[in-house]
Design a binder for this molecule. Structure first.
Ligand code: FAD
Ligand code: ZN
Length: 467
């Protein structure tokens, strides 16, 4: 191993290689669920350096764990505890390679933090719509590797829909130059779509060309209190009918999730506290501020008249809109503060969601009285974060070890019965690998494994994750 590390140091320089010392930030995941031990951390600063690292790993048979902002929630971005896996951090690859305004696209290196990508687009007078609570630290490479979703999927799609081209380093250290910027390209298998969502198991993304959009003239945010999820689904239908494409966000939060935020983050104001379900709606209007407000008011009034909405509040200014979003986006943090919980990032047809929640809530309450379901997410996309927290007074770690398998079985069986997915946007990683193997269509799994063998025959790229 010392030959390997010497060769790496020679190629990357002192700034490009961390060995020994405190590597905890690279070895532990955001949720603190997986504690690992890295052989070392390579921090290449260019595509050529990434390629050199992968060639050395290939020659020395060293496993590589690609890492961006390390905000992933499924244990995919940190090493196992063997001390033999190399963390390949993209954090130094942050260059904005260019913005093509006429083509409405930008090319950015993989280690660029999402908020910086958004800011660079805004500076050019355009919108990069991908948006999620971790945007201050997650990277574009990580977003693509996990096909991240977030809060603007309803209108703009997830990371996959926003990507035009990729630059990727393969397991043997070759570079695929696929940064085309083309919106049409039918020249065979779509390699771009193969690498998106592959969670670092097929190649290392070093740069991407992404779509940009005209920024909306105005953005309005509102909260609506609903008595039931059926009402929230009815409100979604109404919002689609009235606002069409201008509807950019439709999030729900159950009472328990907002009560948790009130407990853990009491400094955050909650305008409609106490509702059974709170919906956060966002409208991004291409016409004018007055038009947006008119549509919004009409929509909420119709909701009140039909009895789908009990109460509503439209943000009066940007500060207030940010405060509404901040409460929604603080739920994961409040959960992290409260201790480990059993996370389920699921998707279902929107029509099936009220039935799923009613039935699964009841089944879990029967299984373990006092159990708390922190249920929130992107209702407009049919995606819920259906997280299960230990009853008050029960130690979270022992709750997980005793009940995780039984609770997962109940939740995922109910998801599968309704044609849903066990991972909507967070990916598989280590957390759901066995669940995927047990539940995915066998033909699909066999095809996935064949692709993995073809692209990474030595199983060096993020081994033990995904497949
Ligand atoms: P990492 O965590 O570093 O890595 C994630 C995976 O991608 C790993 O498997 C890693 O090996 C691989 N990877 C990373 N970079 C590369 C690369 N350049 N090439 C190849 N593989 C790579 N996700 C959503 O989809 N929607 C949300 O709304 C959302 N909200 C979140 C809120 C919070 C508070 C947090 C902590 C996370 C949230 N996430 C959400 C999880 C989401 O997966 C990540 O935030 C983000 O997409 C991962 O980016 P990252 O740079 O941190 O990747
Ligand atoms: Zn989410």
């Amino acid at each position: 191993m010392s030959d390997f590390l010497d060769a790496l140091r020679e190629r990357l320089g002192e700034a490009g290689l961390l060995v020994g010392g405190d590597l905890a930030a690279y070895e532990n995941d955001w949720r603190k669920r997986y504690a690992g031990k890295a052989l070392a951390v390579a921090r290449p600063a260019s595509t050529e350096e990434v390629a050199a690292v992968l060639r050395l790993c290939h020659d020395h048979r060293v496993a590589v764990v690609p890492q961006g902002g390390n905000t992933g929630l499924v244990g995919g971005s940190t090493p196992d505890d063997s001390g033999r896996q190399l963390v390949l951090s993209l954090a130094r690859m942050k260059r904005l390679r260019g913005i093509d305004v006429a083509n409405a696209s930008m090319t950015v290196e993989a280690g660029c933090v999402l908020a910086e990508v958004q800011a660079a687009a805004a500076q050019a007078g355009l919108l990069f719509p991908l948006s999620l609570a971790a945007e201050g630290s997650c990277t574009l490479g990580g977003n693509l590797a996990t096909n991240a979703g977030g809060t603007q999927v309803l209108r703009y799609g997830n990371a996959r829909e926003l990507c035009l081209g990729l630059e990727v380093v393969t397991a043997s250290g070759e570079v695929w130059h696929g940064l085309s910027g083309l919106r049409k390209d039918n020249t065979g298998y779509d390699l771009r779509d193969l690498f998106i969502g592959s969670e670092g198991t097929l190649g290392v993304i070093t740069a991407a060309t992404m779509k940009l959009y005209p920024p909306p003239k105005d953005r309005l945010t509102a909260l609506a209190a609903c008595a039931s999820l059926d009402d929230a689904v009815a409100l979604l239908g109404l919002a689609r009918e009235r606002a069409g494409d201008a509807l950019t966000g439709f999030e729900v939060m159950n009472r328990a999730s907002l009560a948790l935020v009130a407990r853990e983050l009491p400094q955050l104001a909650q305008p409609l506290a106490g509702a059974e379900w709170t919906v956060l709606l966002e409208l991004s209007d291409a016409e004018s501020a007055e038009h947006a407000r008119g549509v919004f008011e009409g929509l909420l009034e119709a909701g009140l008249e039909r009895g789908n909405v009990q109460d509503a509040a439209i943000a009066q200014n940007i500060q207030q809109a940010k405060a509404f979003w901040h409460v929604r986006e603080s739920i994961p943090l409040a959960q992290a503060q409260a201790g480990l919980n059993i996370k389920h990032d699921i998707s279902l047809p929107v029509s099936a969601i009220p039935g799923f929640v009613a039935e699964t809530d009841a089944a879990l309450a029967l299984y373990l009285p006092g159990i708390e379901v922190i249920d929130f997410g992107h209702l407009g996309d049919g995606n819920l974060h259906y997280n299960v927290q230990a009853p008050v007074g029960v130690d979270p770690a022992s709750f997980l070890s005793t009940h995780e398998a039984a609770i997962n079985e109940r939740v995922y069986d109910a998801v599968q019965q309704r044609g849903g997915s066990i991972s909507a946007e967070h990916g598989i990683g280590r957390l759901k690998r066995d669940e995927l193997a047990a539940r995915k269509d066998p033909t699909a799994l066999a095809l996935m494994r064949a692709i993995k063998r073809a692209l990474d025959p030595l199983d060096l790229l993020n081994p033990g994750r995904l497949v």
